[in-house]
Design a protein around this ligand. Structure first.
Ligand SMILES: NC(=O)c1ccc[n+]([C@@H]2O[C@H](COP(=O)([O-])OP(=O)(O)OC[C@H]3O[C@@H](n4cnc5c(N)ncnc54)[C@H](O)[C@@H]3O)[C@@H](O)[C@H]2O)c1
Length: 265
C-alpha cells in the first residue's frame, strides 16, 4: 500500500538538526520526507540539494510541511512559532521558551484558533512518560543537572565558564527563573517541569565542575504511594547530550511516521 509521506521542515541544522535529517533519510519505510531545511548560518547548508534549502523562513508555506521542527534557539520559536502554527504543526525543542507565560498562552491560543498542534519532545528528559501520566498527583518534583562548565552557555547569566575551577552550583530554585539564565542548556529541565508540576513548582539545580566529562540529569518525584528516582549520565558535545538527537528523531517519528509494523509509544 502506498501512503502519503509526512513532510518535515527543519529549522536549525547544527548537531541535532543534521542528525535528525540523516535519521529521517536513513529509513525509507518511516513514511516521512524532508520538506525544507533552514538555518541562519547558510554555510551549514552547503552540502544539501538546493531544492531542500529554504533561505527565507517567511516562505515556509511554499514547502508544504506537515510538521515544522525547531532545533535552533528559543528565539526562533519566540519569533516564528505562532506564524507557523497558523498554517501547520510545530515542534519546539528549545523548550525554555515556554517559561515565558505570555508565549505559552500565545501558542495555546493559536493552536485552538487554527486547529494545529504544538509538540514538545521529551528530548534529553528522562522519566517524562512516568511524570506525565501521573501529572496530577505529584507533591514534589526536582531536577539536578550536572555538566562540565565548558558545555554550559553562560552568556545570558553573565558568567565566564573558564573562571570556574571547582564544583559550583550555578542555580537552585524554581524552573521558571533558570530558563532565561541558561536558555540553551536547560531544555531538559523545562520539559520535565512542563510534564509535571509546572515551571513554578518544579525545582531545578544546575551544578558544574571542570573535573567532569559527562552530563547527568537526575529526577526525583514524590507523590502519595509513589517515589520516582531516575538518573542518566552521558557524554556531551556542545550543549547536547549524546542521546538527544535520536530522542528527537523518535518523537518526530511518533508524530509523523506512517509505515506499517509494530510501534511502541
Ligand atoms: N529539548 C532538549 O532536550 C534539548 C537538548 C539539547 C539541546 N536542545 C536545544 O536544541 C537546540 C539545537 O541544539 P544543537 O545542539 O543542535 O545546537 P547547535 O548549536 O549545534 O545548532 C543550532 C543551529 O541553529 C542555528 N540557528 C541559531 N539561531 C538561529 C536562527 N535565529 N534562525 C535559524 N537558525 C538558527 C545555528 O546556526 C545552528 O546551525 C538548542 O536550542 C539547544 O538548546 C534541546
Amino acid at each position: 500500500m502506498t501512503e502519503a509521506k509526512t513532510r518535515i521542515g527543519l529549522i536549525g541544522y547544527g548537531t541535532i538538526g543534521n542528525a535528525v535529517h540523516q535519521m529521517i533519510d536513513a529509513d525509507p519505510e518511516n513514511g516521512m520526507e524532508i520538506a525544507f531545511v533552514h538555518d541562519v548560518d547558510s554555510s551549514r547548508l552547503n552540502d544539501l540539494t538546493p531544492e531542500l534549502v529554504l533561505t527565507d523562513l517567511a516562505e515556509f508555506e511554499s514547502a508544504e510541511a506537515d510538521l515544522v521542527v525547531e532545533m535552533a534557539h528559543p528565539d526562533v520559536s519566540r519569533q516564528w512559532a505562532t506564524t507557523i502554527l497558523e498554517k501547520t504543526n510545530y515542534m519546539l525543542i528549545s523548550v525554555t521558551a515556554l517559561a515565558d507565560r505570555a508565549f505559552e498562552e500565545s501558542l495555546e491560543e493559536t493552536t485552538c484558533r487554527h486547529g494545529t498542534r504544538a509538540w514538545l519532545p521529551h528530548g534529553g528528559g528522562v522519566g517524562v512518560d512516568a511524570l506525565l501520566e501521573n501529572r496530577d498527583v505529584w507533591e514534589e518534583v526536582s531536577v539536578i543537572m550536572k555538566k562540565p562548565p565548558g558545555n554550559v552557555d553562560c552568556a545570558a547569566a553573565g558568567i565566564d565558564p573558564d573562571s570556574i575551577t571547582e564544583e559550583t552550583t550555578l542555580y537552585d530554585g524554581p524552573v521558571r527563573d533558570i530558563c532565561p539564565k541558561f536558555p540553551r542548556n536547560v531544555n531538559t529541565i523545562a520539559t520535565i517541569a512542563y510534564a509535571s508540576l509546572g515551571f513554578d513548582r518544579t525545582n531545578a539545580k544546575l551544578i558544574v565542575n571542570p573535573a567532569w566529562n559527562t552530563a547527568t540529569v537526575a529526577v526525583h518525584a514524590r507523590a502519595p504511594g509513589i517515589i520516582l528516582d531516575i538518573e542518566r549520565a552521558e557524554t556531551i558535545s556542545g550543549v547536547t547530550g549524546a542521546s538527544t538527537p535520536a530522542s528527537i528523531y523518535n518523537s518526530i517519528q511518533m508524530i509523523g511516521s506512517t509505515g506499517s509494523g509494530i510501534h511502541i509509544r
